[in-house]
Design a protein around this ligand. Structure first.
Ligand code: HEM
Length: 457
């Protein structure tokens, strides 16, 4: 079978780019050398990398029925169960239909106040001149936000959910989620701690679901929308389905957004000219008050900053699929069982679509040429039927947090803190992102009043 060009393999293992010193640079150099489609074998896995928007569209949109989520995602089913991220076929379609209303614009906009209040609460603990790991700060903040938006105020167990999630995140460098299901019984202390946290999380989530189902009223949170959702035949989600969706939203719903924000602070810290323009816009449009959902339409520069951050550091750096039956693509036959990978990292750094692609330049999005960008030259939230259900939630949250924080602080890089993006499940900073907090004049250095988180906006 004719294969696309690719790197020279080691005769036993093939190529293991993820084990390379700099996997992202390795992928980029292969894409530049071999073009729109390249092939390599990693152990027993056959990988076809697609580096052209039309090829990506063919897989994600036009022929999506011929693909399954890849092995890595399938292996994480023991944690996510049949949640939206891991589910397939008719069962996925039904769950997506039932979950969609929880992410409609009106519902999502009602969480704006929670997002800004929690951000202000975080800022109340920050001091001018401190050095903090901004990535950790953003992870804690977005976790609190998603827990609160999922479960509302009434659940006493919010603290327990956050504690269990923290243990789970501490114990997942990405890899653990990717191990085959049997690996979770390995009696390592970290594995035992991880299993315990998953069990505690399950118990708590089931208890919340049980109480809510008896209660039957819409408390304004995502969980009550999921409980209320009925299919055309009147059926609802079972307790297990609810549990799987809730755990999926907890995990998918906080790490990615935290990463977008963390990379944003990193880039802003190194580009004072962009940071100054952001500050100007926030000053002019908000005049010191916390942003509300209704302000977002006017924060055009802030929006371009976020768009550009998601281009340069896409939190979901690649998507992968397994081919169900032999498939013709780009002049080659991709055999059943092979893996197809489409990388936002590669496409977003492609000079055919982005002039001077390494440059952090939010204003590039004003260029009329960018309106004609092919659909899959820029796809931080994926595309086709499986595209991110939380995209508007994440965008709103990231913009509100960016605006709330940037009004009070800017961040200076810490000397000798090298920043290395690691292509794990998501694009994570290897040793966090340590930055020095600089309070803006008249704000931040004094204690802010800690707001009481209220209901909608
Ligand atoms: C900046 C933040 C985010 C990014 C970059 C992001 C990215 C993505 C991408 C690329 C996919 C497609 C995966 C694939 O096709 O294999 C996806 C799917 C998904 N995302 Fe997000 N996401 C973000 C935030 C969120 C949030 C806030 C939630 C929920 C509250 C969420 C929930 C999901 C779910 C459930 C899916 C699976 C959808 C399905 O297959 O039906 N994501 N996300």
């Amino acid at each position: 079978m004719l294969r696309p060009p690719g790197p020279k393999p080691h005769f036993l293992v093939g190529n293991l780019p993820l084990a390379a010193k700099d996997p992202l640079a390795t992928f980029l150099s292969w894409a530049r050398e071999f073009g729109d489609i390249f092939y390599y074998r990693a152990g027993w896995l056959h990988v076809y990398f697609l580096n052209h928007p039309d090829l990506i569209e063919s897989v994600l949109v036009k022929n999506y029925q011929n693909f399954l989520k890849d092995r890595v995602v399938r292996n994480s089913r023991w944690f996510f169960g049949e949640g939206l991220l891991t589910n397939e076929g008719e069962s996925w379609r039904r769950q997506r239909r039932l979950s969609q209303p929880a992410f409609h614009r009106e519902r999502v906009s009602s969480y704006a106040r929670v997002m800004t209040d929690y951000t202000r609460e975080m800022l109340a603990h920050w001091r001018d001149g401190e050095v903090r790991d901004i990535h950790q700060e953003m992870m804690q903040l977005t976790l609190r936000v998603v827990v609160r938006c999922l479960f509302g105020v009434e659940a006493d167990e919010i603290g327990a959910v956050s504690a269990a999630m923290n243990t789970i995140m501490r114990n997942t460098t990405g890899l653990r989620m990717l191990l085959p299901p049997s690996a979770r019984y390995v009696p390592l202390p970290s594995m035992i701690e991880f299993r315990r946290a998953v069990r505690r999380l399950d118990e708590t989530v089931y208890r919340i679901i049980e109480t809510r189902r008896r209660d039957e009223r819409d408390s304004g949170d995502l969980l009550s929308m999921l409980i209320e959702a009925r299919d055309e035949d009147g059926s609802r989600m079972s307790a297990e389905q609810l549990r799987d969706e809730v755990l999926t939203f907890l995990l998918a719903g906080h790490e990615t957004t935290a990463l977008a924000l963390s990379w944003a602070w990193h880039l802003l810290g190194r580009h004072p000219e962009v940071e100054a323009r952001l500050e100007d816009e926030l000053g002019a449009k908000l005049q010191g008050r916390a942003p509300a959902f209704s302000d977002l339409a006017a924060l055009n520069y802030t929006e371009r900053v976020l768009k550009e951050v998601l281009r340069l550091y896409p939190p979901a750096w690649s998507l992968a699929r397994t081919v169900i039956s032999d498939f013709e693509l780009g002049g080659y036959t991709i055999p059943a069982g092979a893996n197809v990978v489409m990388s936002q990292w590669i496409m977003h750094h492609d000079s055919r679509y982005f002039r001077d692609p390494e440059r952090f330049d939010p204003d590039r999005w004003l260029d009329p040429g960018m309106q004609k960008l092919p659909r899959f030259a820029y796809f931080p939230f994926g595309g086709g039927p499986r595209q991110c259900i939380g995209a508007s939630f994440a965008t709103m949250e990231a913009l509100l947090i960016l605006a709330t924080v940037a009004q009070r602080f800017r961040f200076d890089p810490v000397p000798d803190h090298e920043l290395i993006p690691i292509p794990s499940f998501t694009l994570r900073p290897k040793r966090g992102i340590r930055m020095k907090l600089v309070a803006r004049e008249g704000t931040g250095s004094e204690r802010l009043e800690i707001p009481v988180v209220a209901g909608g906006d």
